[in-house]
Design a protein around this ligand. Structure first.
Ligand SMILES: NC(=O)c1ccc[n+]([C@@H]2O[C@H](COP(=O)([O-])OP(=O)(O)OC[C@H]3O[C@@H](n4cnc5c(N)ncnc54)[C@H](O)[C@@H]3O)[C@@H](O)[C@H]2O)c1
Length: 298
């Protein structure tokens, strides 16, 4: 079997963000290995032999517009990967929404007319977005707004929602995949849309995650807290960038040609165990309530 053919990236145009580091860098390396023509965008320099590297701050609409209208930017895109992201420090809630969600929605919708039928769009969300269902109606309110400026006004008017910063942005991203997968823009042209939800991974963001998790900004304390939340319960270990980047490349490829609307947790089962606990607690509560009712009746 010809494995490059199986993936289907050979000679295809792929646009990917965040390639200067971490998961996206690992994904970019594999895409190049598989013969894709890679157009990569990052705020930092990209040291990989991509077809074309663009440097831009993707929190800024004007910089996004500038890159997407560069004369050598591909007019036909077979796979789009949106991977750029930052940690959620207090005081930069709006910036986090722009980088981790709104720019990703904006770039997707700007590029949709250029994405081939049967193409794919894949995001990196996070286990931090677990429980996204609770904010879904609010996220859809935001998703339905038509312009960047309306969205910025929405954020200004909803300081409570964006207080959770990183979590809210990732929950919006997961809501977006769920909301869009059957929309005519995607299903009408058989464009697949999926997200991966990485667990704790050692990347360029690790230090910032550690600092932003600690209430006092202490990286060591934050690292301990992250270890307690994500690793201790299964005596686990942090993932490497390729543990996330490689599966993401598979999801965007022809191998997953029947997969869309999926929020794929790559966390060694951690969030499944959270789901199990939540369901058992809910059932337990129901049983207690039922027996309480039964006792009252008897
Ligand atoms: N590392 C983890 O434990 C973890 C867990 C869950 C989700 N994630 C998500 O994974 C994605 C990839 O991050 P990573 O962990 O590989 O970190 P990373 O820092 O190694 O990579 C992120 C990349 O995004 C780029 N970037 C940041 N802000 C940008 C901007 N304004 N414009 C353009 N590019 C920008 C950075 O320069 C960097 O190259 C992020 O969306 C992150 O939220 C990470």
């Amino acid at each position: 079997m010809d494995f490059k053919k199986l993936f289907g990236y050979e000679g295809k145009n792929v646009v990917i963000t965040g390639s200067a580091s971490g998961m996206s860098k690992a994904a970019t390396e594999l895409l190049l290995e598989l013969g894709a023509k890679v157009y990569a965008i990052d705020i930092n320099p990209i040291n990989l032999p991509v077809t074309k590297a663009y440097q831009a701050d993707l929190s800024d609409k004007d910089q996004i517009d500038r890159v997407l209208s560069e004369p050598d930017f591909p007019q036909k895109i077979d796979a789009l990967f949106l991977c750029h992201g930052i940690a959620g420090f207090k005081g930069r809630e709006l910036l986090v929404q722009k980088v981790n969600f709104y720019s990703q929605k904006y770039i997707t919708e700007q590029l949709l007319p250029h994405i081939s039928d049967h193409g794919s769009v894949t995001y990196i969300a996070s286990v931090g977005g677990f429980g996204w269902q609770q904010i879904y109606p609010k996220a859809v309110e935001l998703i339905r707004l038509k312009s960047w400026d309306e969205a910025m006004a929405w954020y200004q008017a909803h300081p409570k929602e964006i207080e959770s910063s990183y979590v809210f942005a990732k929950q919006c991203l997961l809501s977006y995949v769920t909301y869009q997968c059957m929309s005519k823009d995607f299903i009408g042209r058989k464009i697949r849309i999926n997200a991966i939800n990485p667990g704790d991974t050692t990347t360029g963001l690790t230090d910032d995650f550690n600092k932003s998790t600690s209430p006092t900004g202490n990286a060591e304390e934050g690292a301990k807290m992250i270890e307690n939340i994500f690793l201790k319960s299964w005596n686990g270990y942090a993932a490497e960038p390729k543990d996330m980047g490689y599966p993401m490349v598979v999801i965007g490829s022809d191998i997953c040609s029947y997969m869309s609307g999926q929020l794929i947790y790559i966390d060694y089962g951690l969030t499944s165990s959270w789901t199990s606990m939540a369901l058992l607690n809910a059932n337990q509560k129901t049983i207690e309530e039922l027996s309480h009712d039964a006792n009252q009746e008897s």
